[in-house]
Write a protein that binds this ligand. Sequence first.
Ligand SMILES: [Zn+2]
Length: 189
Amino acid sequence: MWVSFVLGTAFGVEFLLRATVEIREVRMGAKFNFFSILRCVPLVNDLVPLEVPRREEPLVVDGFVKAHEKVHLLCHHRMKRNLARMSIFLLVIFGLVVALNDLRLNAWQALLVLHFLFAILRLPYHLITWLQEYDADALAVKELHSAIAQRSLEKLTIREIPHSALFAFLYQEHPTAKMRLRQVSTKKK
Ligand SMILES: [Zn+2]
């Protein structure tokens, strides 16, 4: 049946694309571990955590972190994120209903359709959250000073598992601390 063929091909393509990203990460200095494999497998990557977070450095809530969080609050970023999440959820349900109606999917096929819809719509969602993070940083820098922001973000880079921008965009709601630091460093008070 052609639906199985299309979904099977999509499964294979996603696996290959994610594996390519993992190989690129390792070449750029990231560690290869069990989570790297789990991230490549469609459906499994929805269920497992991204990776084990670093534990050694506690998060320091300094002036910059407070100013950054204040911007999130004043600009209603959380509400906008929730709205975006809700829209994605409704789009996915709509897509699934259409697929179930027109294609007569079995349970596994329906699960795969759900997975692919979420995997694709996650990217515009990350674009929204990344813009919010950069906005919050930029306005926090205006309130404090870029040197304070830089010191704070340098501390954050130590806590972070280093990943490329591509990896971060695929998996995280935040740009990496290194990317934020670069952005903040170009801003002048
Ligand atoms: Zn933030």
